[in-house]
Unconditional design. Structure first.
Lengths: 311, 336
């Protein structure tokens, strides 16, 4: 793990600002409850999904692979009693909800993560260039982000997806990334602007280091926790749009995902028919995922910004 | 025109027009980049799914002529631009020969009404509650509720909508399951109709409100706490002004401006959320229009409605941006 590196890097900065000599062990910013709880719950969910895929029959996501309209274990629905063969029940065309969740969760999270990574990479390049180099570069990058920032991603994606119905994993991630770079670019630009006049940057400039080296070797390590929090926030944003597109009935129908399951449930009036497990289980899992991502983001913000910490 | 300088206004309007231009261009490029002819593809696909369509070649020809698909790409683009700017979106593929503009015309008031009311409630109540929570005189037990409410702000409004619909409409039966008004009541300015509109709109508004108001509350709380320590607030306290008067006139007034900026930034998300919430509640707005059009593969409607949503978002942001300097007392002398 590189965690110790981050602590050292950020720690040095914080100590210098606070002017105290040594941090008491309980003050370790990485040990804040939000970050830990968020990481653990999200980690457990991801592990369950991957381990579950090894033990649970993945072909049960196919239509007609299971009995129809079966409730979860211990529940009764229209003369059918839930059993352990399908612990979370099935939908109206015989898909096993557990299999859908196990396959769908890593898929949705994966697309979100990849698109956030691409977005953040662009954001780092643009944000650093705009903030550090300034001038024309800054003007162009700001104009580009200002003009595209207010275009709701969901609506452009609706158009794209309705023309290219079966975009694969990476195509989807790339499409989402088109709307994921503006926020990191803006935020990083502001951060770089405030760090530009720090002594260590001036020292590096005086010693003749090239611009790229100053930007990415001197300044970027100090922004590490900040960058990771941008990554989790970006993941959350991309998953949100992805789920939105899927709930509306778009997105690849080849790979089952939580959003598509919700769309099927809505189209089949699962709520009115009282099939709560069909829409409720994917919804709860998504809510937990979004909460975890927020907790991690807020926790990481506390690491990178000492003023946010509780006293 | 107090703080609204021409330079600022022109800059903002320039950004606005560019945003619209980029969106239109993007939509144009996307629809042309797809292999084959989108209109022909759409009709052939429809024909495959739903059987023989009478006079399909005629319809395709009509469309090709309407959109000038046989002309050079540059001319096509300019024509597309001109049509879009005039809100001339052609006719619906599925509900032929209804024009897309008239479909949007029916849906637009519902969407605007729902969005406007939700945004107003979020802004007024969110900032009111946030100010109370940030105020130093508020009892401690009230203040401690706030950090825990943060967690709900991460829930997408569409997921909240599913829960609200299930609990309050399906299980408790307190609210209707779908629609925007009671169809048994005569439409117009009479109380039963207005009451039914409120009743039908309650849950859609609530699902957007519940999950989005948290950010406003948190932002206001942070602003009030920060401003509470400012010198001019201390001076006001030293002058012996009443605490609530200070909160109202000194703290909240200054805190509202950054809050307005964050409202402008969050509008895109709010509107996207509304698209989804409308489709969950079958609310007859433009979100529902998109949802139905996607199911029916009515590309013309999808394209036009998405564009309208982008236009609404950009226009609202522009209005907020232009409003900002008008109410900011600190840049009243910014004219140069």
């Amino acid at each position: 793990m590189k965690k110790t590196d981050f602590v050292e890097n950020t720690g040095v900065e914080v100590l210098a600002e606070d002017g105290c000599k040594k941090r008491p062990p309980k003050d370790n910013p990485w040990k804040n409850s939000r970050l830990i709880i968020g990481t653990i719950i999200l980690g457990i969910l991801i592990i369950i999904a991957f381990v579950g895929q090894l033990f649970w029959d993945k072909t049960l996501v196919n239509v007609g692979s299971s009995p129809l309209n079966l409730p979860p274990v211990g529940n009764e629905y229209r003369d059918q009693i839930g059993n352990w063969a399908h612990p979370l029940g099935t939908d109206n065309s015989g898909r096993d909800i557990l299999a859908l969740v196990l396959v769908g969760l890593p898929h949705s999270l994966g697309i979100g993560f990849v698109s956030a990574t691409i977005g953040l990479t662009i954001g780092i390049i643009f944000g650093f260039s705009a903030g550090y180099l300034g001038g024309r570069v800054d003007d162009v990058i700001r104009l580009l982000s200002d003009t595209t920032m207010n275009i709701p991603a969901l609506l452009i994606l609706i158009i794209i997806q309705s023309l290219i119905p079966n975009a694969g994993f990476f195509a989807m991630a790339l499409l989402l990334a088109v709307f994921a770079w503006q926020s990191p670019t803006r935020v990083l630009r502001a951060q770089v602007l405030s760090m530009k006049h720090a002594d260590y940057v001036k020292l590096a400039q005086l010693s003749g280091s090239p611009d790229q080296e100053i930007m990415f070797k001197e300044m970027m390590p100090n922004l590490m926790p900040f960058l990771i929090s941008q990554l989790t926030a970006g993941t959350s944003y991309s998953v949100l749009i992805l789920v939105g597109v899927e709930v509306l009935g778009l997105g690849s129908q080849k790979i089952p995902s939580l959003g598509i399951t919700l769309n099927n449930a809505i189209n089949a009036s699962a709520i009115l028919r009282g099939m709560w497990w069909w829409w409720g289980i994917p919804t709860i899992i998504l809510i937990v995922v979004f909460m975890c991502l927020l907790l991690i983001t807020v926790g990481l913000d506390e690491v990178s910004n000492p003023r946010l910490r509780d006293h | 025109m107090n703080g609204l300088t021409w330079k600022y206004a022109l800059h903002r309007i320039g950004i606005y027009l560019l945003t619209i231009l980029i969106s239109i261009t993007l939509i144009f490029v996307i629809s042309r980049a797809v292999p084959g002819d989108p209109i022909e593809n759409m009709w052939r696909q429809l024909e495959m799914q739903k059987g023989q369509i009478e006079g399909v070649d005629l319809i395709i020809d009509h469309y090709k002529e309407l959109f000038g698909l046989n002309e050079p790409i540059g001319i096509q683009y300019l024509k597309y631009l001109w049509n879009t700017v005039r809100f001339e979106f052609g006719v619906s593929f599925v509900h032929y020969p209804t024009s897309v503009s008239s479909m949007i015309g029916h849906a637009l008031p519902w969407t605007l009404g729902l969005g406007l009311i939700t945004t107003l409630i979020i802004f007024i109540f969110g900032n009111g509650i946030g100010a109370v929570f940030g105020w130093e005189r508020t009892p401690k037990f009230i203040k401690t509720i706030i950090p825990s409410s943060l967690i709900f702000t991460s829930i997408p409004s569409v997921l909240a909508a599913l829960f609200l619909l299930s609990i309050f409409s399906k299980n408790l039966g307190w609210f209707p399951l779908a629609g925007a008004y009671n169809s048994n009541v005569t439409q117009g300015w009479n109380w039963p109709y207005i009451a039914s509109v409120i009743k039908y709109g309650f849950l859609p508004v609530l699902s957007i409100l519940l999950v989005n108001i948290g950010w406003t509350i948190l932002g206001m709380r942070a602003m009030v706490v920060t401003i509470g320590g400012a010198d001019y607030v201390r001076l006001a306290q030293a002058k012996g002004l009443k605490p609530f008067y200070i909160l109202k006139k000194y703290t909240v007034r200054n805190a509202l401006l950054p809050q307005l900026t964050s409202l402008a930034l969050s509008l895109g998300g709010l509107i996207s959320g509304q698209v989804l919430v409308e489709s969950i509640f079958s609310y007859p707005g433009m979100g529902m229009l998109i949802f139905r059009a996607i199911r029916e593969q009515d590309f013309n409607v999808i394209q036009a409605t998405s564009y309208m949503f982008i236009l609404i978002t950009a226009t609202s942001v522009l209005l907020i941006d232009l409003l900002y300097p008008l109410i900011d007392p600190r840049i009243t002398h910014g004219e140069d």
